[in-house]
Design a protein around this ligand. Sequence first.
Ligand code: CTP
Ligand code: MG
Length: 186
Amino acid sequence: MYEVLALVGLSIWLGLPAWIANAVPVILGGGLPIDMGRNFIDGKRVLGDGKTIKGFASGVLFGTVIGAIQSFIAPFLIAEVSHYVLVTPEMLSVLNLTVSISFLQSIGALTGDMIGSFVKRRADIRSGNPAPVLDQLGFIIMALLFSSLLISPARQYTSILIMITLGVHCISNITGYTLGLKDKPW
Ligand code: CTP
Ligand code: MG
């Protein structure tokens, strides 16, 4: 039982910087778009108005800050967790998240988000309209890919993180819509 809790908990711990980096722009984003309003060679917007410089910068900042907070908490968390489960080296590598890892994750998350928008614009999907799977998973996969320069978490953590991300994304979008932060509930 505790092992399952540790597995799910550590997967969430691993994904926190990417989640924050992806979520903060919804609140702090806006203003000048990253593509400066320009079109691609196909005559459609490169990324669209939904990808802004302020959103990117605030996402990277807050995603990195959450990593700093996590690295501060980690020693206490490790001591606490070790009362309930045997802390394996695999668990330790996830628990000992560093600021550099959270920075890479945040940049990766927002790059994945931009790649998603780039693909959506090419496919004629308007800014804000949904692209199932791409919207939910692009950011987390790129976050894991970027941070794999410094951390290679065991497969079970990344798999569970990806599954939870799918679920949480649905809930957060509906919440954002309900709070009036997003135009559409997806
Ligand atoms: N946002 C931002 N800058 C970013 C990412 C997001 O300002 N780099 C803000 C925008 O206000 C955006 C909102 O967060 O409308 C929601 O983000 P997202 O769902 O990723 O963008 P969409 O508006 O859905 O645009 P797209 O179709 O290109 O994904
Ligand atoms: Mg969207």
